[in-house]
Write a protein that binds this ligand. Structure first.
Ligand code: HEC
Ligand code: HEC
Length: 294
């Protein structure tokens, strides 16, 4: 934790206090300066005069000097003692926020360790629970997207789902290619062509293990002419220019969606980078979601 963390009330108070002290010092000193300059000041002053400013013959009280030096030293220590050293005090030592953060980190790593080697069935079970809490509010308990409010996950990731996206377009995953326009930006002449391109994709590009139900027909040619420009001939997305369609419908693709979020034609899906899900929970929910369509 750094000392300028303003969300920590103690730090905030300390900083406000510092600023207030500096301001008070300025005001008080300038009042005295004014008095001396205008000759209103009383008391014995020394003979020297700097542009009319004279000096009082008041020696500083010893106690004041000692506390001034001690407070200065204490301030340097307080601000600068390196984190983790035995002298670090107190900003780098105990705080309630620090304790809370440590507890959360410990809990998370315990959680991660306890569940790191789940078998497929248990992973799916965990995925379903995470799904019901985090995703069902938009996608519905059955994954069908609550009458079009969110993507129908029983169709998304399947061959028919991909055909739908190619016909009507998709945006919001924020790839360099921008959005994918309907009918691949007009390069497709019929819905039949969209189906053939996607069938080719499922048979030759996808690693999802699903094979095409539609006829491939001229799929390869259509793929090369209308899809490869953005997705690459091999479908891998040319290093982030477009999405990697070899993963389309797999849990890896879902993980990527969780990272990106999607402000699409249907609506907005938030990303899940805020730490509310542990990695294992993301993997679990991604596995569960990718199993919803076939
Ligand atoms: C102009 C570039 C471009 C072309 C051409 C293109 N795509 Fe895409 N495609 C993209 C981009 C970019 C995305 C991600 C869109 C988004 O942000 O939601 C995408 C997404 C997809 C998706 C996933 C949709 C989703 O959100 O789940 C599929 C499937 C797909 N494309 C298939 C195809 C096929 C098949 C073709 C050829 C008929 C094709 N694309 C042509 C750029 C393109
Ligand atoms: C606030 C509502 C909301 C929540 C919560 C939400 N989603 Fe979504 N999700 C959407 C919407 C809306 C879309 C459709 C975006 C579009 O294409 O316009 C979507 C799309 C998707 C897609 C398809 C992405 C694509 O490439 O087209 C996947 C996969 C997905 N969500 C998975 C999840 C998972 C897993 C969770 C829970 C961890 C989740 N969503 C939580 C609203 C939500």
């Amino acid at each position: 934790m750094s000392w300028f963390n303003l969300s920590d009330n103690i730090n905030l108070l300390a900083i406000i206090g510092t600023v207030a002290l500096v301001l008070i010092t300025f005001v008080v000193v300038s009042i005295y300066f004014k008095d001396i300059k205008s000759g209103k000041a009383s008391g014995e002053s020394s003979k020297e005069s700097w542009d009319g400013i004279k000096e009082y013959k008041n020696p500083l009280p010893l106690g004041w000097i000692v506390s001034f030096i001690l407070v200065t030293l204490w301030g340097i220590w307080y601000m600068c003692a390196p984190a983790g050293s035995p002298f670090a005090y107190p900003l780098n030592a105990y705080s309630q926020i620090g304790e809370y953060n440590e507890e959360v980190a410990k809990y998370n790593s315990n959680f991660q360790n306890t569940w790191s080697s789940l078998d497929k069935e248990k992973l799916n079970e965990m995925g379903k629970r995470v799904y019901l809490v985090q995703c069902a509010i938009c996608h519905g308990i059955d994954g069908k997207g609550i009458d079009g409010k969110a993507a129908d996950l029983t169709v998304w990731g399947s061959e028919n789902g991909a055909v739908e996206y190619v016909i009507s377009g998709s945006k919001g995953l924020m790839y360099d290619a921008g959005p994918m326009l309907a009918m691949a930006g007009g390069t497709l002449e019929s819905k039949e062509e969209a189906k053939q391109a996607v069938a080719y994709m499922f048979n030759h590009i996808s690693t999802s293990g699903k094979s095409a139900k539609n006829a491939v027909g001229n799929g390869e040619e259509i793929w090369n002419n209308s899809c490869a420009a953005c997705h690459g001939e091999d479908g891998e997305g040319m290093g982030g220019f477009g999405p990697n369609l070899t993963k389309y419908g797999t849990s890896e693709f879902v993980l990527d969606v969780l990272k990106r979020g999607k402000g699409g034609f249907i609506g907005d899906m938030p990303n899940f980078n805020d730490g509310r899900l542990a990695d294992i929970q993301k993997r679990a929910v991604a596995a569960y979601v990718s199993s919803l369509s076939n």
